[in-house]
Structure formats: C-alpha cells, structure tokens
Design a protein around this ligand. Structure first.
Ligand code: IMP
Ligand code: MG
Length: 185
C-alpha cells in the first residue's frame, strides 16, 4: 500500500491539530442544542467522524446515511443518490439540531442532495461539516458551515477516503502515483 503513495498532502499531526480547533468551534456553536443528531455520510467520513465526535463532549445521537457518487474506480462524480437501505436518519427530524459530516466537497452533489433530503424532514437546525474542500468552483459555491482543510484539485485517499474502496486506512491524506490510478480506471 505504501508503494502506491505519491505524496502526503496532510499528515496525521496536522489533522489532529485542526480537529482540536474545529471541534472547539462546533462545541461553542452547538452547546445549547437540546437534541443533537450527527449524520455521518458513509463510507468516507468514518475516520473523520470518529475522531471528531470524541472531541465534542455534548449529548448526541449518530444516524448514518450512505450516498454513492464515485462507484469503483471512477475519480469523478457520476451523480449522487441516497442508498435507502443505509439511510438511518428518522423521517421526522422535528426539534432536532442536525450536523451532517462528510469527507470531501468536490462537485457538491452529495452535500446538496443530503441537505435537501434532510431539510424535508423538518429539523430545527441543519449544519454541515466536511474534512476537505477542493479549490474548484463547484465546491467553493456549495454552502457548508465547517471546513477542516481547503486542498488543491487533486484526487486524494486516506483517513477514510478511498480509491476503489482501498486506502481508507492510511492515517494521512495522500495522493496516489498516477500509474496506480490509471491501472484501475
Ligand atoms: P461530490 O458529491 O462530487 O461533492 O463528491 C463527494 C464524494 O465523492 C465524497 O464524499 C467522496 O466519497 C468522493 N470524492 C470526491 N473527491 C474525492 C477524492 O479526491 N478522493 C476520494 N473520494 C472523493
Ligand atoms: Mg463519500
């Protein structure tokens, strides 16, 4: 696996430091929320959300949702769709303060779909949080409340992000050698 890495874009120490800061901001903003529900978007947010929630000492529920947009070896979005079987968010969110957590903002299709879907369930408040945002117009134009890192328009893996479902377990955020991506596409 290490041989497939081209470079480390953001290392584990930088991630930890930024999560310390970002979680303090989230706690300051949400400490008054009586009924807090976190909605991690599977599968890419699993590492991020597990590190984030242990820094947020507020009473919360976790309700996962799964959205597919980059099937298999695709490295560009093919359009987002909620997977009904993996939508564990209640149909009514009345009175709930919701924080959606996703790995990366790219075309923005995933976050827009999730926000539209959840708004229809009537939450008291709906916020969004992403680990990474690519510096491309579609991502920058997508409303989001918390962004840990802005990154160049590179395809990245690690810390939950995948290529063909591999590399999620890399502790740092990395780029892959071009021949690895080409060989799989
Ligand atoms: P969007 O819907 O185009 O904003 O893309 C969001 C989803 O695409 C993310 O949740 C990821 O699953 C996937 N994705 C986008 N860019 C990357 C990347 O650079 N590496 C790995 N997955 C990515
Ligand atoms: Mg994802």
């Amino acid at each position: 696996m290490q041989a497939d890495i081209q470079s480390v874009l953001i290392d584990r120490a930088a991630i930890a430091q930024r999560l310390d800061q970002m979680s303090r901001q989230i706690v300051a903003d949400l400490h008054g929320a009586a009924d807090l529900t976190l909605v991690p978007i599977l599968t890419g947010s699993i590492i991020f959300v597990s590190d984030l929630i242990r820094r947020i000492p507020l009473k919360m529920r976790i309700r996962v949702m799964s959205v597919t947009s980059y099937p298999g070896t695709a490295t560009t979005s093919r359009g987002a769709a909620v997977e009904a079987a993996l939508d564990k968010v209640p149909q009514s969110l009345a009175g709930q303060h919701v924080l959606v957590v996703d790995d990366i903002l790219d075309s923005g299709g995933t976050l827009r779909l999730v926000v539209d879907t959840l708004r229809r369930r009537g939450p008291a408040d709906l916020r969004t949080c992403v680990l990474l945002r690519k510096q491309i117009p579609s991502a920058v134009a997508t409303p989001v409340d918390y962004v840990a890192f802005d990154i160049p328009d590179h395809f990245v893996v690690g810390y939950g992000l995948d290529y063909d479902d591999y590399y999620r377990n890399l502790p740092d955020i990395c780029t892959l050698r071009p021949e690895v991506v080409r060989a799989g596409s």
